[in-house]
Design a protein around this ligand. Structure first.
Ligand SMILES: NC(=O)c1ccc[n+]([C@@H]2O[C@H](COP(=O)([O-])OP(=O)(O)OC[C@H]3O[C@@H](n4cnc5c(N)ncnc54)[C@H](OP(=O)(O)O)[C@@H]3O)[C@@H](O)[C@H]2O)c1
Length: 237
């Protein structure tokens, strides 16, 4: 079985790639900037006795995505599981939001997810796509990340449409984490973090490995399709 994890060089993607390796999958590790981290991950993945392949690709660039899928086809012949995890967040005040940042966020988080799904599906006989959305795309509102939130709402809509297009051959689901301890959140103000934790019934942010476990487990449930699944420790507004 072959899994492609986009944005596997860090955080949730890194742990997701490791989880699938532990479960015996060959792993395609996609990264864009963080080559060193991707190569570290490659060694860790191989230590589980499975194959690993590292591919640099900006998922918002259609040509690079086509090349990435070609490389996977040559090496493994197919993809069984696609985890559309790569994403960015450019937090600013509402007043400082720029069109460039808004477009970049949509390009990577939403259009990138579409592109990888479109081309990966061509080499999936049957299988599953897991999109990584966010509770920000469902019901939490943060004007400082309104572009990110819109991109994640788009990923939810995309999930429904991809599921309609690809079922029954490929199941498509979207996992929506709440707060997770990754680089994406490392610059948050400590008082803000305290306030956010007080809204979570488990009283803490998730570890990336906990989101990886959820991604893996949802991917192996053969009757879960077209579902939007929160993994947020029990958030309440
Ligand atoms: N952290 C949270 O609280 C949280 C909550 C809900 C949802 N999420 C979602 O979970 C996913 C992973 O986030 P994270 O927290 O693990 O973030 P992270 O630690 O910042 O990692 C982001 C990953 O995405 C990759 N990436 C960014 N732009 C890319 C591009 N154009 N092409 C290919 N890869 C690209 C990065 O690769 P390079 O470094 O190699 O460029 C990196 O591996 C994202 O979709 C995020 O929106 C996160």
């Amino acid at each position: 079985m072959v899994v492609l994890v986009t944005g596997a060089s860090k955080g949730i993607g890194f742990e997701t790639a490791l989880k699938y390796a532990k479960e015996g999958y060959d792993v395609v590790i996609n990264y864009n900037n963080s080559m060193r981290e991707a190569l570290t991950l490659e060694n860790k993945v191989r230590s589980f006795g499975v194959n690993a392949m590292v591919i640099k690709c900006d998922i918002s660039n259609e040509k690079e995505v086509i090349d990435m899928i070609e490389q996977v086809k040559k090496e493994f012949g197919r993809i069984d599981v696609l985890v559309n995890n790569a994403g960015i967040a450019i937090d600013t005040t509402f007043e400082d939001k720029t069109v460039d940042n808004f477009r970049k966020t949509l390009d990577i988080n939403l259009i990138g997810t579409f592109l990888v799904s479109k081309y990966a599906a061509k080499i999936m006989d049957e299988g599953v796509i897991i999109n990584v959305g966010s509770t920000n795309g469902i019901d939490t509102t943060y004007p400082e990340s309104l572009d990110y939130d819109a991109s994640k709402a788009g990923v939810i809509s995309l999930t429904h449409n991809l599921s309609t297009e690809f079922s029954p051959k490929i199941r498509v689901n979207c996992i929506c984490p709440g707060w997770v301890n990754t680089d994406m959140n490392k610059k948050l103000d400590l008082d803000f973090v305290k306030e956010e934790k007080s809204k979570i019934k488990l009283g803490r942010f998730a570890e990336p490995s906990e989101i990886a476990d959820a991604i893996y487990n949802i991917s192996i449930c053969s009757y879960i399709n077209d579902s939007i699944i929160r993994v947020d420790g029990g958030e309440h507004a």
